[in-house]
Design a binder for this molecule. Structure first.
Ligand code: AMP
Ligand code: MG
Length: 351
């Protein structure tokens, strides 16, 4: 299959390109498109064969359910069997935006889309191109991240092409992504809302609307069975062997320098994920700053790009600073640390 790559500008959307993309999805094909979180791989959420195509294109296990993206608030009512009051409140507060809600599914959504579950994940994204595409595609677009399963989610169209060229009909290239980490997922099917995956919308932000919210323990602890089926797979993994070093800044820098020298002696190609505050103090290896610690959003945006760059550069061993003590929560640090821990297979050294 030849993949058509079409540039698209959120501020001045090419209507012809959008119509073509919408038709591809309506006919059962796949189109990758930008959202505010990461690039998505879109297919018709109500068509079971489109869902199967998504699993095949990504090499994703078919028990890992897809998020259904909508563009009109009222469409939540047709894919969910019941919409609890909490869902209405969260939609008012955070949609369109980077928040996914788990609800009981209606008969309209095939089990192929929900990985066999009786619940459905639903989100209205806050990106104009995404919203326009969902509308052109008929209103219900299943869209996991547009990467091969197990690789970092794409934050630029070139990374979508790297993974998906020849596997899907079209890629809408909307440039760099704004947030850079996947949506927050909150499960509203239990008595107390539970965060299954942390993201831009934090626990504190949800609690301001709902009162008490819990976090699935598997989000930050190793060895717990996660409630979101997809969170159990090794995800976001770079090719190099990644270790997180956590502790006081100066000690972390010294330890990473020591380990890098040792690894280089053994012939490894080392990469370092540091910050603007520390980058100048590293002595060897391929040093990359994820941004300033005073601006967590820049670190979130840079993380997957850096992991992919290390892959392209043939880095075999990676050391990263830690971004937040997970138990403390708060801000985007928790989402960053959740993805970093998964990328490292939970390999963290505490000094
Ligand atoms: P991605 O599409 O790559 O952003 O991944 C979607 C995530 O949402 C995966 O971790 C899924 O396991 C999770 N998810 C989707 N639907 C459900 C559901 N009904 N219940 C729990 N988790 C879900
Ligand atoms: Mg994904």
């Amino acid at each position: 299959m030849k993949t058509k790559i079409v540039p698209i500008d959120e501020k001045n959307i090419d209507k012809e390109a959008l119509k073509e993309a919408g038709m591809i999805i309506q006919k059962g094909g796949l189109v990758a498109f930008p959202t505010e979180t990461v690039y998505g791989l879109g297919g018709n959420a109500l068509d079971k064969s489109a869902a199967e195509k998504i699993y095949r294109a990504k090499g994703r296990p078919s028990d890992n359910p897809l998020i259904v993206h909508i563009c009109r608030m009222e469409d939540m009512n047709s894919i969910a069997a019941q919409v609890p009051e909490t869902a209405g409140k969260l939609a008012d507060a955070f949609w369109p935006g980077p928040l996914t809600m788990i609800l009981r599914k209606s008969g309209k959504v095939p089990y192929e889309t929900t990985g066999g579950l009786d619940t459905v994940a639903v989100r209205m994204p806050g990106h104009k191109t995404a919203l326009a595409l969902i509308e052109a595609a008929g209103g219900y677009v299943a869209a996991p991240s547009a990467n091969i399963s197990g690789r970092p989610s794409p934050t630029q169209a070139k990374y979508v092409a790297e993974d998906m060229y020849g596997r899907i009909e079209m890629i809408l290239d909307g440039g760099d992504i704004c947030i850079g980490l996947e949506s927050t997922i909150v499960d509203l099917t239990e008595r107390v809302p539970v965060i299954l995956r942390p993201g831009y919308v934090t626990k504190e932000m949800l609690e301001r609307v709902l009162g008490h919210v819990e976090i699935d323990r598997a989000v930050l602890e190793d060895g717990q069975a996660p409630k979101a089926p997809g969170m159990k797979y090794k995800h976001y993994a770079p090719k190099g062997d990644l270790t997180i070093i956590s502790g006081m800044q100066e000690k972390v820098v010294a330890e990473i320098n020591r380990r890098c020298r040792e690894m280089e002696k053994e012939g490894e190609k080392v990469g370092i994920i540091g910050t603007d505050e520390t980058a100048a103090f590293y002595e060897t290896g391929n040093i990359k700053s994820a941004g300033s610690r005073t601006e967590e959003s820049s670190i979130a945006r840079a993380l997957y790009r850096i992991l992919r760059e290390f892959d392209d550069e043939g880095v075999t061993v990676i050391y990263s600073e830690a971004f937040e003590e997970p138990a403390e929560g708060g801000g985007m640090g928790q989402a960053i640390m959740n993805r970093l821990l998964k990328a490292a297979g939970h390999h963290i050294v505490k000094l």
